[in-house]
Write a protein that binds this ligand. Structure first.
Ligand code: URA
Length: 233
C-alpha cells in the first residue's frame, strides 16, 4: 500500500504541489470513485487510479506479444467463447491492455496488446497498415497464376477488392501470404477465392516484428526499440 499523492507524482501527474491541486480539483478517481485525499493509501497492483479519465500506471506504455492458440476469440468479452484476454497473466490485469487488430478464433500466432490508445490506432489505421506475414496450410497447390492474382489484387467472392498481396508457395499445400490490410477473414477468403481453402493459419510477423520462438499461449513484452521499429514501417 502507498500514498495516493506519491503514486500520482511517480506516474508523472505532476510535482507534489501540482498533485495537491489536481486532487483538490476532483480530477482523480480510485476504482471509479472520486478521491481528493493525497494521504489515502492505495494498492496500485489491484486498484485502478484514473486522472481525467486516463488510467495511470508506473509502467507507462506497455506492448505485449502473445502467441495466440486456436480456440480463443479476439475480444475483451464474449458470452460463448474464451477470449484472448484470459491468456494475459494476472499482473497485466490492471494495465487495461487491448488487442491490436484481431485474429480469428481458429488462427494462431502473433497478436499484440497495448494500453496506449494512440499507438493502437496508428498500428491498425488503414492508412498505415503494416505488412503482416501469415503461414497457411491449404488444400490444393498454389500456382504461378495464383501468385500473379495475389500481386494484382484479389477480388473476393462478394466483390470486395483487396490490395496487392504476396503469395509465396513453400510446399505442396503450404504458402506464406503477406497482406497490408485487415479485412474480415482476409487471408482465408483470398486463398478460398483461388480454390485453395485454408486448413491452418498462423500469423508469424507484423512489420519487422517476428513471432520467433515464443511458445504457443505465452506472452512477452516488447522493448522500446521493438515498438519504435513497428512504427517505422
Ligand atoms: N486473415 C484471416 O483470414 N484470419 C485471420 O485471423 C487473420 C487474417
Amino acid at each position: 500500500m502507498e500514498r495516493l499523492d506519491k503514486f500520482l507524482s511517480d506516474c508523472g501527474a505532476g510535482t507534489r504541489s501540482q498533485v495537491k491541486i489536481i486532487l483538490k480539483n476532483g480530477r482523480v478517481t480510485v476504482d471509479g470513485k472520486p478521491e481528493r485525499e493525497g494521504s489515502r493509501k492505495i494498492d496500485p497492483d489491484t486498484q485502478s487510479v484514473h486522472l481525467d479519465g486516463e488510467l495511470l500506471n508506473r509502467r507507462g506504455r506497455v506492448v505485449v506479444m502473445l502467441n495466440k492458440p486456436a480456440g480463443f476469440v479476439t475480444a475483451t468479452e464474449d458470452k460463448n467463447d474464451k477470449t484472448v484476454m484470459q491468456l494475459l497473466p494476472a499482473e497485466y490485469g490492471h494495465l487495461e491492455l487491448r488487442p491490436v487488430g484481431r485474429l480469428d478464433k481458429a488462427t494462431e500466432g502473433l497478436l499484440l496488446f497495448t494500453n496506449d490508445g494512440d499507438l493502437l490506432h496508428r498500428l491498425i489505421s488503414p492508412k498505415k497498415e503494416v505488412p503482416k506475414l501469415y503461414y497457411a496450410k491449404h488444400e490444393g497447390a498454389a500456382t504461378e497464376e495464383d501468385v500473379k492474382a495475389f500481386a494484382e489484387g484479389i477480388t473476393l467472392g462478394d466483390g470486395t477488392k483487396c490490395l496487392p498481396a504476396i503469395l509465396q508457395p513453400v510446399g505442396p499445400g503450404e504458402s506464406l501470404v503477406t497482406v497490408c490490410e485487415g479485412k474480415y477473414h482476409q487471408v482465408r477468403r483470398m486463398l478460398a477465392s483461388r480454390s485453395l481453402p485454408v486448413t491452418y493459419l498462423e500469423r508469424r510477423q507484423e512489420g519487422k516484428l517476428m513471432l520467433g520462438d515464443l511458445p504457443r499461449g505465452q506472452i512477452r513484452e516488447l522493448t522500446e526499440a521493438e515498438i519504435s521499429a513497428l512504427l517505422e514501417v
